[in-house]
Design a protein around this ligand. Structure first.
Ligand code: GLU
Length: 295
């Protein structure tokens, strides 16, 4: 099998313990499959991107011994490709311009909530803009049984989501003219030939949307594995926003061992606590065994 995996950090700050866990899981899965591991910098959400953070993340990965097998890919350099994907969808009638403001959507969701009905985007602009200026582009999701997307997650088991009732027609290009994460991630994974996606479980809610978009664009669906995320004392996902501290690049083995324990690999033995090579050898074996990897 040709295995191609990736780690796709958003450069909103330095690598922290939570993102190290995702990086390590994707690295170990690629190594256990004797596959290729890539890094993609997801720097298209301009308001959230912190200057210098991407280089910092790449340097930290290198200090921790995780070297990508190909040059890192930068989403900010791929705008033309996203435009092409949108253009591919236009003649299919699957996408439409949306003129709703955030406030209008929030109000209609509030009403829906009060009526105890769906919290999905109500499809207001499906049949035309009603004189409103176009702000965003949305992908029409199917109705009925076709709206149910199912997949077998390698860690979390069988997942299903009803796109019509739980999500609604979703945004591919935002009102601020920025590409939505859902579109960029699907186009990039497909172009890079990614076969296996390993990432935090906080992103699992996006997976059904991504599978549906893959089908619309006629690209293959990779296998998915969503690892548990690291939380703080309040049970919130550890993130740069809630005070996760940068990793200590001078002591990579400590953080890596803790990340391996978080991934259920237990206490590794052999050379795992002495050298990076020793750690990766022990951790790759443990991961392969735990995940039932056969090459
Ligand atoms: N850039 C996303 C994040 O840092 C990850 C996207 C993905 O792995 O699909 O949360």
């Amino acid at each position: 099998m040709t295995y191609r995996g990736r780690f796709a950090p958003s450069p909103t700050g330095p690598l922290h313990f939570g993102s190290l866990v995702s990086a390590l899981a994707s690295w170990l899965d690629a190594r256990a499959h004797e596959g290729t591991w890539l890094v993609r910098i997801e720097d298209i959400d301009r308001p959230r991107t912190v200057p210098g953070a991407a280089d910092d993340i790449l340097a930290t990965l290198a200090r921790f011994g995780m070297h990508a097998d190909e040059a890192p890919l930068w989403q900010s350099r791929r705008m033309a490709r996203y435009e092409q994907a949108l253009a591919q969808l236009k003649p299919t009638g699957r996408i439409y311009p949306c003129g709703c403001t955030r406030k209008e959507i929030a109000d209609s969701l509030l009403h829906a909530h009060a009526r105890n009905t769906t919290l999905a985007y109500p499809g207001t602009c499906r049949h035309g803009l009603n004189g409103k200026p176009a702000r965003a582009w949305r992908l029409r999701v199917p109705d009925g049984a076709a709206a149910v997307i199912a997949f077998d997650d390698r860690w979390q088991g069988r997942q299903t989501q009803n796109l019509a009732t739980e999500v609604g027609d979703f945004v591919l290009k935002r009102a601020d003219d920025q590409w939505a994460y859902q579109l960029a991630v699907v186009v990039d994974d497909a172009d890079a030939g990614i076969t296996h996606i390993v990432r935090g479980v906080d992103l699992m809610d996006s997976t059904a949307r991504q599978i549906y978009l893959q089908r619309c664009l006629g690209v293959p669906t990779p296998r998915y594995l969503h690892v548990p995320v690291v939380t703080n004392e309040l049970g919130e996902k550890l993130s740069k926003q809630n005070g996760a501290t940068a990793l200590d690049s001078d002591r990579p083995l400590e953080a890596l061992s803790a990340a391996a324990r978080h991934l259920g690999l237990g206490d590794l033995n052999g050379q795992a606590h002495t050298t990076l090579d020793g750690f990766y050898a022990a951790a790759t074996t443990a991961w392969g065994r735990r995940m039932g990897v056969t090459k």
